[in-house]
Design a protein around this ligand. Structure first.
Ligand code: SF4
Length: 159
């Protein structure tokens, strides 16, 4: 798929729960939760600086390509996923989000621009930004992804 994308200039709409594959294939990523885009950014930006609690939780679940690497989990999402046919009145993640407050439960947040190509739908994205998400080795995963995207070849095993 990467070779076709490179050689033919083809665009894909690729839908997956596997963010490691999404990272390999995508230039731009939209994160959906219960049918709503909660965050959208260039792939590199979203993986390096996720600003929505759901994006952070998803990234923490990515399997890294080395058994000794482990991504730190800055946010744990617990609780039940609401029924898509009976959503709560405010933010759909409020029942699972550690930052949820009364405002979150009252009204769904609008998408706001947090960068030239980065939009997020969360009242407290600044609190997510303040989390320490640097204590892991995800940069190596990103470096391998970049190599694959730039040459369309397999992963390098060099460190
Ligand atoms: S709007 Fe509130 S409940 Fe929804 S993701 Fe942001 S902090 Fe969590």
């Amino acid at each position: 798929m990467i070779r076709l994308q490179r050689d033919l200039g083809t665009a894909y709409l690729f839908i997956s729960h596997d963010l490691s594959t999404v990272r390999f294939l995508s230039h731009r990523v939209a994160v959906l939760y219960l049918g709503v885009i909660v965050e959208e950014a260039e792939s590199e930006e979203l993986f390096a600086r996720p600003l929505h609690p759901y994006s952070v939780g998803l990234l923490a679940s990515v399997l890294l390509p080395d058994p000794v690497l482990k991504r730190a989990s800055a946010i744990t999402l617990e609780g039940e996923i609401p029924s898509p046919i009976d959503l709560p009145p405010g933010c759909s993640l409020a029942g699972r989000c550690p930052f949820a407050d009364a405002q979150c439960r009252l009204e769904p947040p609008r998408a706001i621009a947090v960068g030239p190509t980065h939009r997020v739908r969360c009242y407290h994205h600044d609190r997510v930004a303040a989390l320490d998400q640097t204590v892991d080795h995800f940069d190596r995963f990103q470096a391998d992804s970049n190599k694959l995207l730039s040459v369309g070849a397999g992963l390098s095993t060099s460190r």
